[in-house]
Design a protein around this ligand. Structure first.
Ligand SMILES: [Zn+2]
Length: 391
């Protein structure tokens, strides 16, 4: 696997540690989704399991098996969605015993897991973009622990890699914690997370934490332009929007962030041109009425709103080139009549409140968005605070 340029030094340092035996038995990579944590996991696994004593030659049987994610002593686990849960037929990871395992899933689920593995092998930044919410089920962790109870199949070292550790299902993390506290001999745990705040503090204290930095803006923009064929300004926008994560930038593009932003910006334009409540409600209902929102779409829309508010704050400042997130539509933003800071403060707080309501508390996106834009309108006319209450 190719190591992203910004991680090459870190990767080499970790491999040196693995070679001279100073690498901790449990390592936790912490960094945003899509910044290349998986490439560090793969490089370390190659180093640890290579037949040619930790040289990660890339040619031996072990190196080749690791590269195609099928080495018997490389136990890779990641979250996946449980599709058609009623038809339980297949195990999805190679460490599950095909006869006795309870970790059985539908063919659809198995296909999604295989596709994701394939994407991962080819692309260090690949991010899952599942239709349904994913997790690491308890049964899979039970199978993993069962496999760890036996000796390594090829007699040497063994690597357990758990990606997005924070997405372990209820109960699974408790089971796994014991392994982190006392990993079996000759077994290395390579774990990743983008949300360390969701992990048990004991788990954090028992692992060597490695911070994986975001990818520099220009590099993300370059990757985006190469992969998606966008122009330089769109590349820069996606780079800024993703917070330095090529995987997230590509995902945003797949989630149609550009056309969603255009529609959302349209509503802000009407707000700032003095549009009345009826008009705003009509616009918002047009966008969200009968909208069966996917979780990712909802989150994307709130991110778009946040960046527009952010940029409106910036309009009075110098150096818009480096300060604007929506840099590719600078001229459109400049045409807007940016409200005063006090109004933007209300917008920003209201956005945070509605986002929580819609993404955590299951308030419908339609109702939440109407509330949000009407509160924005209200704030423009009167600073005493919103009169509406969340549905
Ligand atoms: Zn090798």
């Amino acid at each position: 696997m190719i190591t992203p340029p910004h991680l090459q030094k870190l990767s080499e340092r970790l491999r040196d540690a693995a070679r001279n035996g100073t690498l901790s038995q449990s390592v936790l990579f912490v960094g945003r989704q899509g910044v290349g944590k998986f490439s560090l996991v793969m490089n370390l696994t190659l180093t640890l399991l290579c037949d040619d004593d930790k040289s990660s030659c890339g040619k031996c049987v072990s190196c080749r098996d690791v590269a195609r994610l099928f080495h018997p002593d490389f136990l890779l686990v990641f979250p996946f969605p449980n599709l058609k849960p009623e038809s339980k037929k297949h195990t999805v990871f190679h460490f599950s015993d095909p006869v006795s395992s309870n970790a059985r899933f539908s063919e659809e689920t198995r296909n999604v897991v295989e596709e994701y593995k394939k994407a991962r092998q080819e692309d260090p930044f690949a991010l899952p973009n599942f239709e349904k919410k994913e997790n690491i089920p308890v049964e899979v962790v039970k199978d993993l622990l069962h496999a760890l109870g036996k000796k390594p199949l090829r007699g040497g070292r063994r690597v357990v890699a758990v990606l997005d550790l924070d997405k372990m299902a209820y109960g699974a993390a408790d089971l796994f914690l014991k392994t982190v506290e006392e990993p079996p001999r000759n077994t290395h745990l390579l774990l990743t997370t983008s949300q360390p705040n969701l992990l048990y503090s004991t788990l954090l204290s028992r692992t060597q934490q490695i911070k994986v930095p975001p990818v520099p803006e220009e590099q993300v923009a370059k990757i985006v332009m190469e992969r998606l064929g966008t122009g330089a300004e769109t590349g820069l926008y996606l780079a800024r929007m993703s917070g330095g994560s090529p995987g997230a930038a590509i995902n945003l593009h797949e989630l149609d962030v550009l056309s969603r932003r255009e529609k959302i910006l349209g509503i802000f334009q009407k707000l700032l041109e003095g549009g009345r409540a009826g008009l705003i409600i009509g616009e918002v209902s047009g966008l969200y009425g009968g909208f069966k929102a996917r979780y990712d779409d909802t989150k994307t829309d709130f991110s778009i709103i946040e960046t527009i508010i952010h940029d409106l704050y910036m309009m009075g400042e110098n150096n818009l080139e480096s300060n604007l997130i929506n840099i590719d539509i600078k001229q459109e933003l400049q045409k807007l009549k940016a409200p005063e800071k006090e109004v933007l403060d209300i917008w920003r707080n209201c956005c945070a409140e509605v986002k929580r309501a819609c993404t955590v508390n299951n308030v419908s996106v339609d109702a939440g968005m109407v509330f949000f834009y009407l509160s924005c309108l209200e704030a423009l006319q009167d600073l005493t605070g919103p009169k509406y209450t969340l549905p």
